[in-house]
Design a protein around this ligand. Sequence first.
Ligand code: F3S
Length: 767
Amino acid sequence: GGASVPMSRFEEDPLEACYEAMAKRLEVVRKRLSRPLTLAEKVVYGHLDDPETAEIERGVSYLKLRPDRVAMQDATAQMAMLQFISSGLPTTMVPSTIHCDHLIEGTTSPQPDRDGSFGAAADLALAKTANAEVYGFLSSAGAKYGVGFWKPGSGIIHQIVLENYAFPGGMMIGTDSHTPNAGGLGMCAVGVGGADAVDVMAGLPWELKAPKVIGVKLTGKLSGWASPKDVILKVAGILTVKGGTGAIVEYYGPGVDALSCTGMATICNMGAEIGATTSMFPYNGRMRDYLVATGREGVARLADKYAADLTADEGATYDELVEIDLSSLEPHVNGPFTPDLAHPLSKFGEAVKKNGWPAELKASLIGSCTNSSYEDMQRAASVARQALEAGLKSKVPFCITPGSEQIRATIERDGLLEVFEAVGGTVLANACGPCIGQWKRTDVPKGTPNSIITSFNRNFAARNDSNPATHAFVASPEIVTAFAIAGDLTFNPATDALTGPDGKKVKLHSPHGDELPAKGFDPGADTYQAPPPQAARGKVKLDVDPASTRLQLLEPFQPWDGKDIADAAILIKAKGKCTTDHISMAGPWLKYRGHLDNISNNMLIGAVNAANGRVNAVVNALTGEEGAVPATARAYKAAGLKWVVVGDENYGEGSSREHAALEPRHLGGVAVIVKSFARIHETNLKKQGMLPLTFADPADYDKIDPTDRVTIEGLEHFKPGKPFTLIGKRADGSSYSFPLKHTISEGQWTWFREGSALNAMAKEFAK
Ligand code: F3S
């Protein structure tokens, strides 16, 4: 029986309970909808909090869901854990993990200041020192609140999840955009912001707009140089970077069985590049093989038992359809600067010449969370081996990022690392490294146009090396390896020959790779820290230095004083686009993600001031002097002057970054008044105890002058749906007024009253 199967090697929660709950909810939903369901629908509706009553319409209704697990990477886990700590709950209610992968820098050329030593070990040692306090905090917070902690060096979040935690039909949220990687094992895995992770860890339901479903029918079988990566490169070309928005991409058809499980994961991973909520494959024998190879026969047995719920019903309908014949699929190279600029390999060299992209390659990088399976590494090594036999080596720096310690140890044992090193490659730490811009690259000065090719997923300007002139192309690891040897982007590995040192022509034949290691996986070093038993957790001390510049425990925000808002200043009247990046910039600010006061120094510094058309320059209402936005907010806060932000359309679009709501709240903001909100940011503001308000008439935006003072009436007599009134006072003493709408529900009003959703949660828990 399956009753004894745990959710993972590291947890005792019974997995069959998840399957049983899903089957029960699904039965309710089936009766209600009485139509064939897609796989995505089965898994999503199978996690409904209220299957009997939930309104279910794809692309329309909002669903309350109960995910099975939470995964967090180190950059986003800091604020998620800090917020969880503020909730006052003694332990997380859903199995959760933290993964140290984003903060490790990769060095690809010897540094004179470090004795020329570089590579995985040196990089990892440096990261451990540089990020000691962040790792210390995450490790202690994990131990205290029951979260599994994967130490630096363990590998990349999505690979670790695939190897250990993902299961067919499961639902997971992760604080990283490429969480959908787990769709390769049939999981519905969605990337979210830290605030959502906190809710789920606290045992609250998670809200998602009922996704539309895009069906991708696969027929035929891959051959030659074509790989699973080329499926998603092709799909990205068809659907574009916006095409998957609000939808789950569901693969089906006879071609599915011709893909390895890890190949399916690659396809799902890069579904993030078309904006999809997630991507999923139906449960099949390839997934079964992978589960068995990674020590999870019990999980496979349960998946077999519930197989009918893990595949689409006959006759299920999709909102959009794409069909791909794997037999005729060519390898693709996508880019530069956007992952949907798809070029079939046979047309790529031409495109390089026609567009004047630098044809000379400067670096090749394989691996990452997207493409570092055993099969990927074998296929890449089979290309490298052919080069070695012909006396050739990589012409450019060639970097290999294993996705996990298990992959690294296995490919070391099986001699693949040796091949990569012999051909001139550098093996980087098991971490994100150059994929997230943690790349100590010294060969090309900033601003110099140059080309690189990777087997990663994102290739936006400056992502890898912070040089906006770097043309980054994306392809499969085997194609990237072939280009490393050719050093030239106009070379076509499938048709052209290389010249060996003896002058002989060398034609590479198409690569081969085993899906799974014949000798089984080698787990490598033990890099996991389990939380201590429940009874011992209370004694764990949280490791946060009060003098730290990178970490700061959160102080609960003040509850509402029970009064209307009187004579608040307008910190900034923002004009045009104001995304979460304008509100809380990324880049160098990444390192302050765990320190609210320090990261607040980036608040709204990217927003355009309607008064002067400039960024980060506003007039201080108290002194009349111009200053930076964060400094002005701090001055108001110190003087006890409440302030509001006025904004344009779709304010807060972009990401679910909760810092964009935490920062204005921290610096004394009370309301954000705009023409319209991006929905997630609107919710995030509510959660932090701020008022997200909209002009009943968008033209009222023009009535406001940034030097006015605003009073907001109606708070004392709050009712859901009942507008507030804004009374503006101009400098000349005249005044005006108009209604402000809001979408604050009775429950959300409690968040405002208590000061934040976390305060409300803590109060509830203390009862
Ligand atoms: Fe890391 Fe890049 Fe994946 S940043 S999680 S390796 S997309």
